[in-house]
Write a protein that binds this ligand. Structure first.
Ligand code: NAD
Length: 385
């Protein structure tokens, strides 16, 4: 018997949904580039229904209990007496999500001697202490690509919303107003602007592809260069650093994983290098950005607008300055947990668990850390050695 502790965001205050806006979601068999969507042996949920909250349980309970395993699903994750700390001590597997991150620290690992697998139901395993996991020989896996396109769509929405200044215009309508001069006083067209992504992995490249029809100039920086045919197809300008890209762009979208090398790399120095009136979108991780320096750059007008769905810490406290800073288009951490994305990462979580429980290899692209080193996607995207 294996004990699996699963930390998910709480049900909505009004309760787990009992009806849905749509009856079904499209079936997607593969991602750009050909990687197949998750291939568990079966699923016990209806795609398009809420799976990511505590009641949704990622649709895992029947499968795990039928096989004689123990599943504990909780949302209480903060502080030394949290349910997470109590349940983790004899757990074999912990499942957590970036949206409601259960920080799997070295200290927590040390109190959980049986812990063998930290599984991210989504993408981005920075909430796990990867160095500690390497030292302990633990496996860290995530459902690579499961919500990359979801995030790319959210990013494009935010780029358009910021540049056209959509949210204040909508607020005017909701409050019964019609002050067009005020509504357009910060509104521009995206057409002709220079748009850059820092990191052109699965999400960054999908953002570039989606922005191409807007007739913008496209730029990227990544420490892995894209294939030449992709650079030519999208007419990309490659920059040797994030700072060089920022100097050339009007809009910068951030898509790097959070690692020791990228922690707060978007700081006062970085903002000062950007053109006055630039826009930044960050759907990668909140801690990539210096919280107070960003507020100052928006207040001074150096940055014209900032949007994203990632914060530090999460959940963001009620007085987090990014909730009220000028010209922000923030959302809670939602881009990768649309109902569509949930179906894929729930199926991928089950696929990984099936492999783990049956002693079969986990797909290479799902692996971040295994056998004492970065492997698979971890070796490509996280290893900064
Ligand atoms: P990916 O592994 O496909 O791509 C990551 C890219 O980052 C790689 O191309 C890698 O070469 C590049 N990179 C890493 N460190 C870099 C650095 N210091 N400088 C330049 N490039 C660097 O991952 P992805 O699917 O595109 O996801 C990217 C990140 O987005 C994740 O790590 C995660 O933090 C975040 N994410 C957020 C959400 C959300 O809901 N907001 C969902 C999924 C992923």
């Amino acid at each position: 018997m294996v004990k699996i502790v699963c930390v998910l965001y709480p049900d909505a205050a009004k309760g787990h949904p009992t009806s849905y806006a749509r009856d079904s979601i499209p079936t997607i068999a593969s991602y750009p580039g050909g990687q197949t969507t998750p291939t568990p042996k079966a699923i016990d949920f209806i795609p398009g229904q809420m799976l990511g909250d505590v009641t949704g349980e990622l649709g895992l309970r029947k499968f795990l209990e039928d096989a004689g395993h123990e599943l504990v699903v909780i949302s209480d994750k903060e502080g030394p007496n949290s349910a997470l700390d109590r349940e983790l001590v004899d757990a074999d597997v912990v499942i957590s999500q970036p949206f409601w991150p259960a920080y799997i620290t070295r200290e927590r690992m040390e109190k959980a001697p049986k812990l063998k697998l930290a599984l991210t139901a989504g993408i981005g395993s920075d909430h796990v202490d990867l160095e500690a996991a390497i030292e302990r020989g633990m496996t860290v896996a995530e459902v690579t690509y499961s919500n990359s396109i979801s995030v790319a769509e959210h990013t494009v929405m935010m780029i358009l919303s910021l540049v056209r200044d959509y949210i204040p215009q909508h607020d005017i309508v909701r409050s019964g107003g019609w002050d067009i001069a005020d509504a357009v006083s910060r509104s521009y067209d995206v057409e002709g602007m220079q748009v850059g992504v820092v990191a052109a992995g699965r999400i960054g490249l999908a953002v570039l592809r989606r922005m191409k029809p807007f007739d913008v100039g496209l730029h990227y920086y990544d420490f892995h260069r894209l294939p030449k045919d992709v650079e030519e197809e999208l007419n990309l300008t490659y920059h040797p650093s994030a700072a060089a890209l920022a100097q050339a762009c009007d809009i910068v979208s951030i898509h790097t994983p959070l690692t020791p090398a990228t922690d707060t790399m978007y700081n006062a120095d970085f903002f000062a290098k950007m053109k006055r009136g630039s826009y930044i979108v960050n759907c990668a991780r909140g801690k990539l950005v210096d919280t107070d320096a960003l507020v100052a750059a928006l207040q001074s007008g150096q940055i014209a607008g900032y949007a994203g769905d990632v914060w530090y810490p999460q959940p963001a406290p009620a007085d987090h300055p990014w909730r009220t800073m000028p010209h922000n288009g923030m959302t809670p951490h939602t881009s990768g947990t649309s109902l569509s994305a949930q179906a894929r990462y729930a199926a991928g979580t089950r696929e990984i668990l099936e492999c783990f429980l049956e002693g079969r290899p986990i797909r290479d692209e799902y692996l971040i850390v295994k056998g004492g080193d970065f492997v698979g996607t971890g070796a490509h995207s996280y290893d900064v050695k």
